[in-house]
Structures are given as C-alpha cells and as structure tokens.
Design a protein. Structure first.
Length: 79
C-alpha cells in the first residue's frame, strides 16, 4: 500500500508569471468572447508571430496533435 506524505512547502519556483492588468484583461476578453482557438485575436496573434519570425505566414493550433497533423499534411505524408 502506498502512503501519502505531506506536500512540500519549501518549493523554489523556477518561473513566476509576469501578468499585468492589461494582459489579464486581454485573456478575459478572449475567454468571455468564446473564441479561444479561432477568431480575430488568433488572426492578430498569427500576424504578429509571423512578423516577429520574419516570415510571411504563421499558423497557430490548439494542441500538439493538431500541430503534428498539419506538419504531416504540409509534408504530403499519407497512406
């Protein structure tokens, strides 16, 4: 039988989120709008990401599985 021990309280955080009011408001706007994986904010993010990467296009997806699916399709891999 496995016994549970008390959780450690002396954990050292390796990263701490730096989220201000503007970021929290932007996230709330997307969540309340119901367009988490599609919509104008996603389009805006893709354009900004493409510009930051110095490329013409960028596509963001909602999961690693979706990313792998797109990669396979882009490479023409199939049955």
């Amino acid at each position: 039988m496995v016994q549970r021990t008390d959780a450690r309280t002396d954990v050292i955080r390796l990263a701490w989120p730096n989220v201000g009011a503007a970021e929290a408001e932007a996230v709330a706007e997307v969540l309340e709008g119901g367009q988490l994986t599609m919509g104008p904010k996603v389009d805006e993010f893709e354009r900004g990401l493409a510009a930051a990467c110095g490329t013409e296009h960028a596509v963001v997806v909602s999961s690693g599985t979706a990313a792998l699916h797109l990669a396979v399709l882009a490479l023409g891999i199939g049955p």
